[in-house]
Unconditional design. Structure first.
Length: 616
């Protein structure tokens, strides 16, 4: 027994030692993760390379510890302001001999955001060459490439301009087959977010609004690209792409003849061209290059005496707390309240890139902004790609609202949706029964169906919320409630139309909003500095970012593969919208037709299969 007892003590000791070693390693890794910073090693001379295998977003989405440890992967994302800052610095940096744009695997970033990048590219191009290369150019890639000094295309590549539009899924036929009932509560004939659940196609009103929006955005794209690339025969190429390709014999030659690109050559030839400008590379590098990440780290923004705080509302607006890439009502509200309490900021700029979400969370954010204004702090709104529904709701706290002509905004409306499955259960022989004590006992009952009392209450709440929304807009925009109701109804507007209707004050970007905030705070706009008030990631998020994997957009350089991923991402986002509607706040001020550039985590298995099938 003594021998057994001794052996047991030895095993326990080994176990304790292993636990201790594990804990030391764990906390060592944790400390390293928390203290890690991007490399700030000296940047040499060469070409600043923007290898954009992913999407450009206002605020990259965070990865949760659970998702990271379970092998979750996140599509690669590039922060818009980082790219703009890098290009602005490169324009006057003698170390940067040229800027290289590599668009293979680029997933876009929205017309407004890419317009900001294009403006910075023009600053670089005025000082030094900007070279673009791709195996294929889509709408968003070409919006940037058009601002390059030289546009190169692989001889087996393609330029494919599609314009806004496309299909979405409608579930009514499926729901009817399985016997599911979808209870919809809404106000507004244009609030088409719920149509996929109650119709098998778009209503005439929704199609009219969508067509007008798409036409306006496409006109804006063509105008911008035409100004940047006047020698391109865009109109003819877009009007008859099949004819252009047939006449030329292949897509690449068609693009060259139309002036869409300047040179057809493989990547090796392109690299040699870059080397003549940037110099030869070291080891296996074809030319001297400067990678984007260390360049950003080596050129940090120095705000000095920051007097203006910038608060971001990016992604879907959710109840409670949320990580970056989503706008948690409590999270954003606390950032605003903390900025006001700090008593160091003279004004706030609200940067909005959101299709909305929870009406309750939207009001939480707006209320904090109203409280800031009540203390004499000017609030200026800067709309990015999208500021619709809840995104427009929070914007109504601003003293002045800036947007761009291609900003998607409006969608003043509210809806709710609850599915019930009483008929589905009956199909398989399951029924329900029970007792009640009030008209609302057990409501909403997803297995037995909602009753008239519950439906009346929810519909009344939706109508009340809509009236509140209309009155908020009426007060903020100095319009009568009747006029707001005419242009509301859940309709989505482009920024140009929104300006004509009085829904925004002026065209302009984030810099214009900062300058306006400085003027209203009685500061010199040229001397006022702004600082972004993003939520600092806690140790769980820092640890997750270390273990979580960033997935590049695609392992293939084929444009069709990338386009397939974009289309499939649209379908998967519809499923995510349905999940959010059924699991979050019942009352939504959200535009489901509007794009969300802060892409959430998702599995890429199906996307890769479809992409591989198409590219094959």
């Amino acid at each position: 027994m003594n021998l057994v007892s001794g052996a047991w003590r030895v095993l326990v000791g080994i176990k304790d030692a292993l636990v201790l070693v594990f804990m030391l390693i764990f906390f060592g890794v944790l400390a390293a993760a928390l203290s890690a910073r991007p490399s700030t090693k000296a940047v040499g001379t060469g070409a600043l390379v923007l290898e954009l295998k992913g999407s450009v977003v206002e605020q990259p989405a965070s990865i949760s510890p659970t998702q990271a440890l379970s092998g979750g992967r996140q599509a690669k994302q590039f922060r818009l302001r980082d790219i703009v800052a890098a290009l602005d610095a490169a324009a006057t940096d003698d170390r940067v001999k040229t800027v290289v744009l590599d668009f293979d695997g680029f997933l876009g970033g929205g017309q407004v955001a890419l317009g900001d990048v294009a403006t910075s590219l023009d600053k670089v191009r005025a000082k030094k060459p900007v070279l673009a290369y791709a195996t294929g150019y889509s709408d968003e890639a070409y919006q940037l490439a058009a601002h390059a000094s030289e546009i190169w295309l692989d001889p087996m590549g393609i330029a494919l301009f599609q314009g806004p539009g496309g299909s979405r899924l409608y579930y009514k036929g499926l729901l009817d087959k399985v016997g599911a009932n979808v209870h919809v509560y809404r106000v507004g004939k244009f609030k088409s977010a719920v149509e996929p659940y109650i119709r098998d196609g778009q209503s005439p009103e929704a199609k009219q609004a969508s067509q007008a929006l798409a036409a306006s955005l496409w006109q804006g794209w063509q105008a911008e690209v035409g100004r940047a690339r006047p020698k391109a025969q865009l109109a003819a190429f877009i009007a008859d792409p099949a004819g252009a390709v047939a006449a030329s014999g292949d897509p690449a030659t068609a693009a060259l003849k139309a002036g869409i690109v300047d040179k057809l050559a493989d990547r090796a030839a392109f690299n040699k061209r870059v080397a003549t400008i940037a110099g030869p590379g070291r080891k296996d590098q074809p030319y001297a290059r400067i990678d984007l990440k260390p360049y950003i780290a080596g050129n940090p923004h120095k705000p000095g005496d920051s007097t203006i705080g910038i608060v971001t509302v990016a992604g879907v607006i959710e109840d409670g707390e949320a990580g970056s890439g989503s706008a948690g009502g409590d999270t954003v509200s606390k950032i605003i309240d903390k900025a006001v309490a700090a008593n160091k900021y003279k004004a706030l700029v609200l940067r909005v890139d959101s299709p909305g979400g929870s009406a309750l969370a939207s009001e939480r954010i707006r209320s904090s902004l109203v409280a800031a204004r009540a203390k004499g702090m000017p609030v200026i709104v800067s709309m990015g790609n999208v500021a619709a529904s809840g995104g427009y709701w929070v914007s109504m706290a601003g003293d002045k609202v800036f947007a761009e002509p291609s900003t998607i905004t409006g969608s003043i409306g509210i809806f709710g949706i609850i599915p019930t499955f009483e008929n589905s259960l009956k199909k398989i022989g399951i029924t329900t029964d029970g007792v009640t004590t009030t008209p609302l006992s057990g409501q909403p009952d997803v297995v037995a169906g909602t009753n008239a009392a519950f439906d009346t209450i929810i519909q009344t709440s939706i109508e009340s919320g809509y009236r509140r929304f209309v009155n908020l807009v009426s007060s903020a925009r100095k319009l009568t409630p009747e006029r707001v109701n005419e242009i509301a109804q859940g309709r989505v507007w482009d920024g140009g139309s929104a300006h004509q209707l009085g829904l925004i004050d002026a065209f302009g970007g984030i810099d214009d909003a900062i300058a306006e905030a400085a003027r209203r705070a009685k500061l010199d706009p040229s001397a006022a500095h702004a600082v972004w008030l993003d939520k600092e990631p806690g140790w769980p998020e820092a640890l997750a970012s270390m273990f979580g994997a960033e997935e590049e957009a695609t392992t293939s350089t084929d444009l069709l593969s990338t386009l397939a991923r974009q289309r499939m991402a649209t379908f998967t986002s519809v499923a995510e919208d349905a999940r959010l509607m059924m699991s979050s706040s019942a009352i939504q001020a959200r535009c489901l037709e509007c794009p969300v550039t802060a892409t959430p985590l998702k599995s890429t298995t199906v996307l890769q299969l479809v992409a591989d099938w198409i590219s094959a």
